[in-house]
Structures are given as structure tokens and as C-alpha cells.
Write a protein that binds this ligand. Sequence first.
Ligand SMILES: *Cc1c(COP(=O)(O)O)cnc(C)c1O
Length: 374
Amino acid sequence: MYIPYGKQTIEQDDIDAVVEVLQSDYLTTGPKPLEFEQVVAEYVGAKYAVAVANGTAALHLACMAAGIKEGDEVITTPITFAASANCVLYCGATPVFADICKDTYNIDVESIKAKITPRTKAIIPVHFTGQPCDMEPILALAKEHKLMVIEDGAHSLGASYQGKRIGSIGDMTTFSFHPVKHITTCEGGMITTNNKALYEKLLLLRSHGITREPSKLMKQEGPWYYEQQDLGYNYRISDVQCALGISQLKKLHTFVAKRRAIAKRYDEAFASVDNIVTPKQLPAGESSYHLYVIQVKNHDRRKVFEALREKGIGVNVHYIPVYQHPYYQQNGYESVICKEAEQLYEHMISLPIYPLLTEEEQEYVIQTVKELVQ
Ligand SMILES: *Cc1c(COP(=O)(O)O)cnc(C)c1O
């Protein structure tokens, strides 16, 4: 038996949806990306959505659309996947790391405040594990300093903050459809926004900066004519992938309900265990639980981790503080310290959580963890 920390749910109707597109005329640049964009936009409550090749491409395009360039600074959290900061480097700008809140593990608004300089152009809050960041003070701070807010929502499809779904709140929100995330397109991503100008910029940049839209062309040379008006990329997603995404989105509600039920059982099981700390949830947020992270106290985390792996439990650690990676250490981040992030990193372990995890498997995880931390 091996229980992974995360896993996709693919059923026959998902397979049928994919096969149908494979047998159609359009494998890519057909009708499915737009259909997928429309259902996701409607689900999160945003006006616009742009589907792209993966979550990292979504972050890169969002930074480009926000006008992030050389000399700019963008504030994000160190407790995230490297892509949340790498997207800033892609634009020639500088990621600046703010510390996290001790209890929720999300970016701390006070620390953001302390890191703002005249060069700061944007904030990238990450809704870590699926728990929404406290967006109200973050948005207020952004407004005061005229900063763009690009939310990295890779963990938080299906989560909400003050009754609004993640994806409808900041200037732009990015999602990932990697198989460990809430729904999958194998590889895939999306940006949602309520801003029409950003939406049009994202569409242009997704496909080389090229437009064929007659009303947007500077000249009219003939029916073949198109223009490259900016330097974009090929960050398109295929119709095959979007068909899978559309099929998966129909089940998101059930997937999130299962994840919440699993999280609740972990919460209850560990509530009275001395050497385990579980994350505190903000009353304003409703997590969609991409991850379930515990902290192991008074024990060697590495020993506990290795023992869990030996017992067939595919635990993981999310995340190594981004600035501690050799690339960052060698490129100007060697003296960065985020105390709370480093403290959390020393103790954290991600436990299995995904819709197909059975109660029996979860019980085994709970019992095994309890025995090891006694
Ligand atoms: C998964 C993830 C990404 C990147 O998504 P990909 O689709 O793998 O490129 C970005 N940020 C966070 C927080 C993620 O977990």
C-alpha cells in the first residue's frame, strides 16, 4: 500500500470528453478553450478568464499584463512554490519576500507593509493550502500605494473569502490544473479578472502578441493579414485539455466537499495531540484544502517524515522557503530572513488529502502519525 499526498480523480465521463475532442477537427485553437474559460469565469464570479498552458504561464502573463518590468519590485510569500516568485524574475523585476502569519501560514499584511518601497508595483498573495489570505487589508494597502494585486490561486479553486469565490477579488487571479490541484487538465492554467483591458492584454500575450481582430489592426492589407503588436509567447492550452477541464469542473463541488471532510477529520483527530499543531483558519475564509499541513513539535521532523514514508504514507513538505533555494541564494537573497516562514519550514509535513482518499486510509495515516509523535 502506498498513499500519496495528492492524486487526481479521472472518471469515464472525463475520458469520453477527451476522446470526443480527439475525434473532432480541432485539437487546439478550436472552441473548447473559450468554453472552459466561460465556465470557470462563471464559477468563480469573474467577468473574464484566459486559459493557458500551465499555472506558471498564467503567473508570467499576469505579471506582464500588470506591466511588471526591470527595476520593479513585487512582494510575495516565501512559503509557496517557486513559480510565484519566478514569474517576477521572468519580467526582469525583483521578488521581495514578506513573512507569513504564525497561525495561518499565509502572507502577513504587516510584513508586506514593511517591505513596500517606491519601486513596489504589485503584491502576489498566495492562498496557501487553499486557505484565503486576509484580502481586505491587503487590498486596502494595495489601493493606498497603487499596487496591482495578482493572487496565486493555484491552491484555492473553490475557496471563498467573505462569501466571494477566490478568482473574483484581486486585479487578477491565477490557477493551475496540474494533477495534484483541485481539477486537472494534465497541464494547464487560467487567469481570471474583472478588468477588460487586462483581459485583452492577456489574450494578446498568450499567442505571441499577435492579433487578427480587424478593429485592432493598424493596417488592412488583406484577408491573410495579422499583426504582432507586442512580444508574447505560445502559452496556449489545447482543446483536448480544455475538454477534460470542462468535465472536471462539473465535479469540483464534490471534490471540494470531500477535501473539506478529510480536513475536518484531521482537525478533530489532532486537536488533542500535544506535539501536533494544525493551522488556524480565518473566520472570513473558507478553505478548499489543496493541502493539509501539520507541524510536528518536540520531535525530529525528518525522522517522523522518513518513518511515515517507510510506512507507505507519501507525505511531503510544502514548501522550502523560496529564497533558500541555491538559485536565489546565488542571486542576491543570501541575507533574507523570514523568521516565521523558517520556523514553519522546520516543523511542517503535508499529509495525504485528495477526493479518493478512503476513510480507512485516512485512519491509518492518523494512527501512524499519532504513534510517531507520542
Ligand atoms: C502548482 C503551483 C503553481 C504552478 O502551476 P503549474 O501548473 O505547475 O505551472 C504556482 N503556484 C503555486 C502555489 C502552485 O502550487
